[in-house]
Design a protein around this ligand. Structure first.
Ligand SMILES: Nc1ncnc2c1ncn2[C@@H]1O[C@H](COP(=O)(O)OP(=O)(O)O)[C@@H](O)[C@H]1O
Ligand SMILES: [Mg+2]
Length: 364
């Protein structure tokens, strides 16, 4: 199964450009996720790959089989692309048994009756649904219908599997379980997979690599660790996990050459953050700071060991079971932080390591 390549993909609807120069390559056997907020262009990208939408321009190919090139005069129709498709709506035929639903794509491909049976049972076996092969869709739970939809997506051994928010109709607990078996299934089948979701936890836990979309543009492609630890832009940092974005200005360099000092708004406080290229004194900058990387401490307990210390006020504290989530203010800035400890006073110190600060100098 060869790689999927998308190059310079552009798509507009009625003069409104929704995809601007999208480029990515999905490696053979890779679980690759398109992640971003609703309306950012994930489904449109997937539909272009599937051949359900006609791009304005670009290249889409699997190995050396070109599906779309230039403006698509010779675009391969969807049925010629041999892709497996699974959508949020399961789209099972209600008047057909599960086995007959899976038989449909095989009949289209003129597979013999015996071979159909073998492939159907094999696919249903992979999703643990073989015992329900003769039931009708309405006799199954949502989670079971989702498994059947997946089995139908892989029954004819497509070159690439395309999944668009396939778990979002399941309730939270089912979704967790479905995630686990979906990952196991993809590993077992070894099929190149493009997965669309707006759910960052889903993306982080399932994917080999993630492509983060915002407003029709690709912001970053990377492993879950790269996306989380070194987000390319403040937008990516803000979208993945709980990340505070603090506006400031780069001030005088501290004695230490490893860091730069960022004055935080007009709070009179600053953070020393690990230096990045292109950070110049006087420049505006955004500091990204993940809520779980902030350590809370009573003022009397602050160690004198070179970490940043911000003096904050507690605006709100909520209990989530596992921990307490705090809303804090530092001057006019608002921050989220969390702790296993309940602090009842109104003032608190925040301990922040320079290497936990993500520095984004503003474009000049
Ligand atoms: N058929 C269509 N006609 C007009 N606009 C569309 C159509 N499909 C999608 N769009 C627009 O394109 C943008 C991207 O949509 P979509 O790819 O569905 O986003 P996502 O899947 O990331 O939520 C949105 O602004 C959406 O309104
Ligand atoms: Mg969508």
């Amino acid at each position: 199964m060869p790689e999927l390549v998308v190059e310079n993909l552009v798509k507009s609807f009625g003069g409104n450009t929704v995809l601007e120069d999208i480029n990515f390559t999905v490696q053979e056997g890779e679980f690759f996720t398109l992640l971003g907020p609703s309306g950012c262009g994930k489904s449109t990208t997937l539909s272009c790959v599937a051949g359900l939408e006609h791009p304005d321009s670009g290249t889409i190919r699997v190995g050396d089989q070109v599906f779309f090139e230039g403006t698509g005069k010779h675009a391969v129709p969807p049925e010629g692309r041999n892709l497996g498709l699974v959508f949020q709506s399961y789209a099972l035929w209600p008047h057909m048994t599960i086995a007959d639903n899976l038989a449909l794509p095989l009949k289209l491909r003129k597979v013999s009756k015996d071979e159909q049976r073998r492939l159907i049972d094999e696919a249903l076996g992979k999703v643990d649904m073989l015992h329900l092969r003769d039931r009708y869709p309405h006799q199954l739970s949502g989670g079971q219908q989702q498994r059947v939809a997946l089995a139908r997506g892989i029954v004819y051994a497509p070159g690439v599997l395309l999944l668009d928010e396939p778990l979002s109709n399941l309730d939270a607990k089912m979704r967790d379980q479905a995630r686990t078996w979906l990952k196991a299934l993809q590993r077992e089948v070894g099929i190149t997979t493009v997965y669309v979701t707006h759910d960052q936890i889903e993306a982080m836990s399932l994917s080999d690599r993630i492509a983060v979309f915002m407003h029709g543009r690709l912001q970053q492609v990377g492993t879950p660790t790269e996306i989380y630890e070194t987000p390319a832009t403040p937008e990516v940092a803000g979208f993945i996990g709980r990340c505070n974005l603090l506006e400031g200005r780069i001030g005088e360099a501290p004695a230490d050459r490893r860091t730069v000092r960022v004055e935080l708004g007009d709070t009179g406080q600053h953070l020393d953050v690990v230096r990045t290229d292109g950070a110049a004194q006087g420049q505006k900058a955004t500091v990204g700071l993940r809520s779980e990387r902030i350590t809370l401490a009573e003022r009397a307990d602050v160690p004198a060991n070179g970490v940043n210390v911000l003096e904050a006020k507690i605006a709100q504290c909520s209990y989530t079971g596992a921990r307490f989530e705090y809303e804090l203010t530092v001057g006019g800035l608002t921050l989220q932080a969390e702790s296993e400890v309940r602090y009842t006073g109104s003032e608190i110190s925040l301990l922040i390591r320079p290497e936990d600060c993500l520095l984004y100098p503003a474009a000049a």
